[in-house]
Design a protein around this ligand. Structure first.
Ligand code: GLY
Ligand code: MN
Ligand code: MN
Length: 440
């Protein structure tokens, strides 16, 4: 697969849009993600802050993007680490301020060590500050310090900002609607994830360890220059009922299902897929009945993925389908209306049917506006992931159901014509999965 990138003009367009929303008397301050220590002198793999990625693609830590709409001497400023032969010998190359201006199409860049001197002057005369308050306490305090320096100059005629606004109000709305360049990357992340799930299905057999399947998935991610977008979940048997299972250490038994929830992150963009399949390649009758029901719930939710339909409608359709099916199979008893009103499905289905997807696996964007579920619009991407989880010690249901956990999750783009499934190439129904696994 050919490497994909986002062109510089796409980043410039996003910055222009954001600055237009903020207005000419505003300033926007976006620090890079912090490096985090894993133990002593080893760090967790560094991942840039999603907002900074969205607006620049700049990958380094110890940086701050400052947007100053309408500023004559430059609107797009980056503070970043200087070049340093010694450090670069240990950690790899740095762009440095000059290199960053060139590579990322910025108006100007300065050494991060100059932030303290320069930022108060940029804040002065701007009435509104957009920033993510409360994310990084150390930076919050620095920002307050810079503001106080401007306030201290009031008698000399300085005009300190007087409104402080949550950056997410503007930026999350932009990020919610994916542009053409983003959709290409999201399709790539989906394609890689599909290959990874297929590889895991092919590697399954009774006795396989969960981590062996995880290794198979993540091998395929890395082979395509991607990495896990979140901790891969590989749960055999009743481990599938643990929603955020992470141990991935158990050995599968013949006759069990395995639930894999894993997605690749490509150039910062997440994919999020779940499939549940039998380790021996054949669903039992009970497993198939529940798998079919989850599939029907997913199809019902997908039918609601159209412009103009409330986001919530997919979840409502899924729980109606699940409740009806659970009654038919005898896992729930009584009348449909009463069960729906009681929310009795929650015994077997404890989570929501999806979430926005993008640079973050649980991506930014409001789900409700003025107390109402927001309506879907073209360009939104979200997951549809109904499931059923029967606790292994639930003695109120027939023994054949106990310990079965199933989820089916795909990623969907809303287009004018309806929902377009980005992950649709992967075997989904019990029959499709059995066909794929029979060819092992
Ligand atoms: N893998 C996280 C989720 O499905 O939401
Ligand atoms: Mn998900
Ligand atoms: Mn998932």
């Amino acid at each position: 697969m050919k490497p994909l990138t986002i062109p510089a003009k796409a980043y410039a367009r996003r910055r222009r849009q954001l600055m237009r929303m903020a207005g000419n008397d505003a300033i926007l301050v976006l620090p890079a993600a912090l490096e985090r220590i894993r133990s002593r002198d080893t760090h967790y793999p560094y991942r840039q802050d999603s907002d900074l990625l969205y607006l620049t693609g700049f990958p380094e830590p110890e940086a701050v993007l400052v947007l100053v709409p309408g500023r004559k001497h430059g609107e797009v400023l980056l503070f970043c680490r200087e070049r340093d032969r010694e450090r670069e010998g240990w950690d790899g190359p740095r762009f440095g301020p000059e290199g960053a201006v060139e590579a990322f199409g910025l108006d100007d860049a300065y050494p991060i060590s100059d932030l303290d001197d320069i930022l108060p002057g940029l804040l002065e005369g701007r009435s509104r500050v957009y920033y993510h308050f409360g994310r990084d306490q150390e930076f919050d305090l620095k920002l307050i310090g810079w503001l106080n320096r401007v306030r201290a100059m009031v008698r000399q005629g300085a005009q300190p900002p007087h409104e402080f606004l949550e950056l997410g109000h503007l930026l999350d709305e932009l990020r919610l609607f994916k542009d053409r360049d983003e959709l290409k990357l999201m399709q790539r992340a989906s394609d890689i994830s599909v290959l990874a799930h297929e590889a895991a299905m092919r590697a399954a057999r009774p006795g396989v360890r969960e981590y062996e399947l995880q290794a198979e998935l993540e091998r395929v991610f890395r082979m395509h220059d991607a990495e896990p977008a979140y901790s891969s979940i590989v749960g055999t048997g009743s481990n599938a009922c643990v929603l955020h299972y992470r141990a991935n250490s158990a050995q599968s038994q013949d006759g069990e299902l395995v639930l894999i929830d894993a997605g690749a992150e490509y150039r910062g963009y997440a994919s999020d897929i779940t499939r549940t399949f039998p380790v021996n390649g054949r669903f039992s009758k009970a497993q198939r009945a529940l798998h079919d029901l989850v599939g029907a719930a997913q199809a019902a939710a997908l039918a609601q993925a159209r412009p103009g339909v409330p986001y919530e409608a997919g979840h409502v359709a899924a729980i109606e389908t699940l409740t009806e099916g659970l009654l038919k199979l005898g896992l729930l008893k009584g009348k449909l209306e009463k069960n729906l009103a009681d929310g009795s499905y929650k015994r077997f289905y404890r989570h929501k049917t999806g979430h926005w997807l993008g640079l973050d696996v649980h991506d930014v964007g409001e789900y409700r506006i003025d107390g109402e579920s927001r309506l879907l619009e073209p360009g939104m991407v979200f997951t549809i992931e109904p499931g059923l989880y029967v606790s292994p010690d639930d003695t109120t249901v027939e023994a054949k159901w106990r310990g079965i956990g199933i989820r089916t999750e795909d990623d969907v783009l809303v287009t004018k014509g309806g929902g377009q499934v980005l992950t649709g190439k992967l075997a989904r129904s019990a029959d499709e999965i059995e066909v794929l696994m029979a060819a092992r």
